[in-house]
Write a protein that binds this ligand. Structure first.
Ligand code: AMP
Length: 281
């Protein structure tokens, strides 16, 4: 992979990298299409990164569909699929970790200790191996994107980080490889995350600015769904990921919940728009 990437750089081509854990869905493919528009050649990495799963999480059962993924990527004219083994990425004796302090301790980081250390370590490795001009991430994992941007800034990384919108099912559910775990009744219940964010969007459109009120309404929607257990719901500053009291600058509404045995996350981006705010789900 390093040789192929070096060759592309020598030819002054704009190398694009889309890092994934596979089990590809339209969310991933939207990143691939964006990459194709802005770069050539493109590399899609597929690696179920053990370091970002906690000891009680779903690393073993995480869906692995490499053959199907390859076929889809071939159809989309992806130039290279980089699918290293665990041993190649973390050979015996591997000792290094990348920690971005302060941004990864709350929210996902609190619910999933060690998760972001695994993410930043593998993303830095992928960026070093491929050294792309552009790399593409989804806003679905908003805290992850913020942490990766901070790492890129702090470590003087060259790749430009392109962030793409959340791709949703027609009923609003954010696409996720973990949606494959949901049985039909879980699947129906899971839309409550979107519905709760949509409730907040309507609240903001009606003039509500206080996090406590927006979050109370949002929680009420989630709690109306008995199959869903809320992990957290917070309104945070988009830069610091610290809670905000009321809407002023760009914020995220972030939700995480368990549906049956499956943990799902979702968010809404809230941006100042003139006197008001625009809310993007
Ligand atoms: P994953 O395979 O879950 O590690 O995701 C790989 C990339 O796809 C990450 O940058 C995710 O944020 C992005 N992604 C996952 N789901 C979606 C979605 N529904 N819409 C947009 N991007 C997504």
């Amino acid at each position: 992979m390093k040789q192929v990437a070096a060759e592309a750089r020598r030819e002054e081509r704009v190398l694009g990298l889309v890092p994934t854990m596979g089990a590809l869905h339209e969310g991933h493919l939207s990143l691939v299409r964006a990459a194709r528009q802005q770069s050539s050649p493109i590399v899609v990495s597929i690696f179920v990164n053990p370091k970002q799963f906690g000891p009680t999480e779903d690393f073993q059962k995480y869906p692995r569909t490499l053959d199907a993924d390859r076929a889809v990527l071939e159809k989309l004219c992806v130039d290279y699929v980089f699918a290293p083994s665990g041993e190649e990425m973390y050979p015996a004796g591997f000792r290094t970790a990348v920690v971005v302090e302060g941004l990864g301790e709350r929210l996902e980081g609190r619910s999933r200790p060690g998760h972001f250390l695994g993410v930043t370590t593998v993303v830095l490795k992928l960026l070093e191996i491929v050294q792309p001009r552009l790399t593409f991430f989804g806003r679905k994992d908003a805290q992850q994107v913020r942490i990766i941007q901070q790492m890129a800034c702090d470590l003087n990384l060259d790749p430009e980080i392109v962030v793409r919108p959340i791709v949703r099912e027609p009923d609003g559910l954010a696409l996720s490889s973990r949606n494959a775990y949901l049985n039909p009744s879980d699947r129906a219940a899971a839309t409550v995350l979107y519905r709760s964010l949509d409730m907040a969007r309507r609240g903001i459109a009606a003039g509500e600015r206080y996090a406590t009120q927006l979050l109370a309404d949002l929680r009420q929607v989630v709690e109306s769904e008995p199959k869903v257990a809320l992990d957290y719901a917070e309104m945070v500053d988009a830069d610091t990921f610290e809670p905000v009291v009321n809407l002023r600058k760009t914020c995220y509404l972030l939700v995480a919940a368990r549906v049956g045995g499956t943990r799902l996350i979702d968010n809404a981006l809230i941006e100042p728009a003139g006197e008001s705010f625009s809310v993007t789900l």
